[in-house]
Design a protein around this ligand. Structure first.
Ligand code: NAP
Length: 260
């Protein structure tokens, strides 16, 4: 692997599991110094051990992205340890399942705090320290482009994140900082187990999904080049194109998903 990110400092939130863990390893493999943040410090320590064994420079930071003080302290530690910050990967997040008519407002508020306000907290803490070539990579979802039944609350947090990304991209363009939205489809992680749910929903058909390593490569590519939007697979891209062109037909096709 070419050390294409040699000399860069990256911060990955939600790095104790799944996509964030794989992204941290991929960024370290490409030569970046990587700060890994989450609430589960033991898992982060294990990850740091593996990354360091292959020569990576990794800093473990306990942080809750929904807590602004915790986020401020996290960025402070990265600056103190690595002397700067070039790449922020806003990946921490969780799911929320349940019909919109049954969602508990407190669950939706909590998931917004983590999935939407969390990235906002992190980018606001990071931006003042980012120079030209700085990269903000926000992990959204294909269901942040088209909401689907039984996960409408989760989808709404990713729609809101996309809105923040789109506005911010233009606001910071003159400063030479890029803002990328990554839209993974189903990915084989602990995401479903970690989701909040209103009640035990019958699990309908889902795509088998891709590995977190495949998503991680796209995130690392975004850290290198700072594109606008990133899809992981061609079928994700086609799904989004199709639902945008044919919204009414998509409603009809999704009706079977809404059944119990
Ligand atoms: N898996 C999918 O199918 C899929 C598809 C599209 C998009 N995504 C998105 O990809 C991202 C990563 O999900 P994943 O699939 O890798 O799920 P995961 O395996 O459950 O990982 C979620 C990560 O987020 C962290 N996290 C949760 N709440 C946090 C908080 N308050 N503060 C800091 N960290 C927090 C968790 O760490 P701690 O619990 O240790 O804090 C964990 O490291 C999420 O934003 C998710 O919405 C996932």
């Amino acid at each position: 692997m070419e050390p294409t990110l040699e000399g860069k400092v990256a911060l990955v939130t939600g790095a104790s599991s799944g996509i964030g863990e794989a992204a941290a390893l991929e960024l370290a493999r490409r030569g970046a110094s990587v700060a890994v943040a989450a609430r589960s410090v033991e898992k982060l320590e294990a990850l740091a051990g593996r990354a360091s064994a292959s020569g990576g420079r990794v800093l473990v930071v306990e942080a809750d992205v929904a807590d602004r003080d915790s986020v401020g302290a996290m960025v402070g530690r990265v600056l103190a340890e690595f002397g700067g910050l070039d790449v922020l990967v806003n990946n921490a997040g969780l799911g929320l399942s349940g019909r919109v008519s049954e969602l508990r407002a407190e669950d939706l508020r909590y998931v917004f705090e983590v999935n939407t306000v969390g990235p906002l907290n992190c980018l606001q803490a990071a931006l003042p320290h980012m120079g030209r070539g700085g990269r903000i990579v926000n992990v959204s979802s294909v269901v942040g482009k088209r909401a689907i039944p039984k996960v409408g609350g989760y989808c709404s947090t990713k729609f809101a994140l996309n809105a923040l990304s789109d506005a911010l991209r233009v606001e910071v363009a003159e400063r030479g900082v890029s803002v990328t939205s990554v839209y993974p489809g189903t990915t084989r992680t602990a995401f479903r187990d970690n989701s909040r749910r209103t009640r035990d929903e019958k699990r309908g058909w889902r795509p088998k999904g891709v590995t977190p390593e495949r998503v991680a490569k796209k995130i690392a590519d975004a850290a290198e080049k700072g594109p606008r939007d990133v899809y992981v697979t061609l079928s994700d891209r086609l799904f989004v194109a199709g639902v945008t062109l044919f919204p009414g037909l998509t409603d009809l096709l999704l009706r079977s998903w809404a059944k119990d």
